[in-house]
Design a protein around this ligand. Structure first.
Ligand code: KIV
Length: 258
């Protein structure tokens, strides 16, 4: 665990944008390491890699396995691991599971989704020297229906209260998922810790997206995702070429043979 890296992330607020992406494997982690301030082993692994309907199905031991692999590929970036659903319902459960994640994966911090009342869980983890990243707005572990948060002034007030409570509990950063631009701006301006947006406009201190989405591999492209590559198409072409080579006996050649 590196507290220095966490300080550096906090210090970036108002100076330069914080770059974050997700990783679930060593090879992807290696590719992200020199470019990202934060790499998140997200519970989105449930939908993205396992085809599960929602993130609630992912088990603690599965996240830990992926995080161990990611650790092998990361040297520079801050490594954050999502605490899966139902692993932090009480202070004792949260402490036991967060300690296990940190011990087994050697990550720098854990991420916890807010259910608007679990601030005391964050406080207890921070008190136990476990750095925590918060997560508000659309929090898939607690909300079934997708929507944009912070559109009305009442919603904005509630979100701001939630964000301030998480900061007070000791979190070192806060993910804002699918929050309106005006709410994101309000929260980012009020908090001392950095906000990391996903679908929450440029009015955040940093941005996070799911790596498989930006590579065009997941097939999930909501409005807030920018696709930088069409990896699906490239893989399809490569596999088609391989199929033709095998069928026409263009592969393997002498140079591929022992
Ligand atoms: O699980 C995840 O990938 C997340 C996001 C913030 C991208 O929580």
């Amino acid at each position: 665990m590196s507290l220095n890296k966490i300080k550096k992330i906090i210090n970036k607020k108002e100076k330069s944008k914080i770059v974050c992406l997700t990783a679930y494997s060593k090879n992807i982690a290696k590719l992200l390491d020199n470019q990202c301030d934060i790499v998140l082993v997200g519970d989105s692994v449930a939908n993205v890699l396992y085809g599960m309907k929602n993130t609630n199905e992912i088990l603690l031991e599965t996240i830990i396995k992926h995080a161990k692999a990611v650790r092998l590929g990361l040297k520079k970036s801050l490594m954050v691991v999502d605490m899966p659903a139902k692993t932090y319902r009480s202070i004792s459960e949260a402490k036991k599971n967060a300690k296990s994640i940190i011990k087994k994966t050697k990550c720098d911090a854990v991420k916890i989704e807010s259910n608007k009342i679990n601030f005391k869980i964050i406080k207890a983890l921070v008190k136990a020297n476990i750095p925590v990243m918060g997560h508000i707005g659309f929090t898939p572990q607690f909300k079934k229906k997708f929507k944009i948060f912070g559109k009305t002034s009442l919603e904005k007030k509630k979100l701001l209260y939630e964000a301030i409570s998480i900061e007070k509990a000791g979190a070192f950063s806060l993910v804002l998922e699918c929050v309106s631009e005006s709410a994101a701006r309000l929260i980012t301006n009020k908090l001392k810790i950095p906000t990391i947006g996903i679908g929450s406009s440029s009015s955040c201190d940093g941005q996070i997206l799911v790596t498989d989405d930006i590579l065009g591999l997941s097939g999930f492209y909501p409005k807030f995702v920018k696709k930088y590559l069409n990896l699906n198409r490239l893989i399809f072409k490569a596999v088609k070429n391989y199929k033709q080579d095998v069928e026409k006996q263009y592969f393997p050649l002498k140079k591929h043979t022992y």
